[in-house]
Design a protein around this ligand. Structure first.
Ligand code: FAQ
Length: 313
């Protein structure tokens, strides 16, 4: 009788571009890699609600407030789909939340920068959601089924977010000189932190080799960063703003923009917990978690009551 080697089966699926599903056999390191990336991604969505949430009470119109509320709520939903995708790999929600609340888990460096003006809300939608989409469009074809499917829905919603941000930047850039100054100031502060979202340069990225081999990521950090810059430089020009990088120039030979690297020492310091807002973000998450305890208890009690009633019926 012919025996089937599970590892060969896994490799064959990847080679045929088939999805790996929760009940399929998978190498332990593939599972661990996915838990790491998906849980970090989920944490980023949840912590990512804070910088913009800070502006809900101060949005300049009812329309702007409604849109921002919906956007922040969407980010919460993205976090929940992603926690569910990670749970399908054998980690519990409690373990992930504990890692976030105790500061053990990483989340995107970008959310450790402050939102100082309304233009920052525009810059987050335009640049941060823009960078997130650039990465996530690729992740829609990730080899792990639940992650890939979560990405399809998330990308649709992120496209609205990107347009919301670009609309704010357009209004400010073509508005009064003070408004244009606000837009320029936001671009100056968010440009390099956004470039850091794609991760360290390929030569310093320990996880990229396996991610590409296992088709979790289809493109590398540098490839995505370059594509984002090529797309965004044109939008900066359209807005009549100037990117804070004097080396940003179209390079005909490489058919892409030359650019200056972000300060990678700053990046390392932020992901170690020493960014401007790291402590504040963790404190806010911990407070929200504590204040939400009664909601979780009530939801569990309600679920139990419904279960008893359906058994009794
Ligand atoms: N921040 O070897 P690599 C959003 C860590 S969602 C913090 O290159 P990898 C929506 C990395 O984890 C934004 N840490 O790692 C939104 C690793 O540490 P570890 C989040 C970072 O995984 C918008 C170490 O450095 N998106 O914005 C960062 O291959 C607006 C070495 O790095 C995702 O998570 C960073 N920027 O590549 C919400 C997308 N970069 O774990 C609200 C999915 C790297 O070994 C408002 N994730 N590190 O201890 C990914 O594609 C990847 O995980 C990367 C990193 C690209 C983030």
């Amino acid at each position: 009788m012919e025996t089937i080697n599970l590892e060969d089966l896994f490799e064959a699926k990847l080679a045929k571009n088939e999805m790996i599903e929760p009940k399929d056999w998978m190498p332990e390191n593939y599972r661990k890699h996915l838990i790491r990336q998906i849980s970090q991604h989920a944490h980023s969505e949840i912590v990512g609600m804070l910088p913009e949430g800070n502006w809900i009470t101060r949005a300049p119109s009812l329309r702007a407030k409604l849109i921002l509320l919906a956007k922040v709520q969407d980010e919460g939903g993205h976090g929940l789909y992603l926690y569910t995708a990670a749970e399908s790999l054998g980690i519990t929600r409690e373990e992930m939340l504990d890692a976030l609340l105790t500061g053990k888990a990483k989340y995107s460096s970008i959310f450790n920068y402050p939102t100082l003006s309304w233009a920052d809300v525009g810059a987050i939608g335009w640049l941060v959601d823009g960078a997130a989409i650039m990465n996530q469009v690729m992740l829609q074809r990730s080899s792990y089924g639940p992650y890939s499917r979560a990405m399809v829905r998330i990308c649709k919603e992120e496209s609205f977010h990107q347009r919301q941000g670009y609309e704010i930047m357009t209004q400010l850039s073509f508005g009064t000189s003070e408004q244009k100054e606000m837009a320029q100031d936001a671009l100056n502060r968010w440009w390099y932190p956004t470039l850091m979202m794609f991760g360290p340069p390929d030569v310093e990225s320990p996880n990229s080799e396996n991610a590409i081999k296992w088709r979790i990521k289809r493109e590398t950090n540098d490839q995505l960063r370059q594509r984002f810059i090529n797309q965004t430089a044109i939008q900066v020009e359209y807005l009549g703003l100037v990117a804070p990088d004097k080396n940003l120039k179209w390079n005909e030979k490489k058919q892409g923009y030359d650019y200056s690297d972000p300060d990678w020492n700053e990046f390392k310091s932020v992901i170690k917990g020493n960014g401007i807002c790291n402590k504040d973000r963790l404190l806010s998450r911990n407070n929200s978690h504590k204040n939400g305890e009664w909601v979780r208890e009530a939801a569990i009690a309600f679920g139990k009551k419904q279960e008893q009633e359906s058994k009794a019926a």
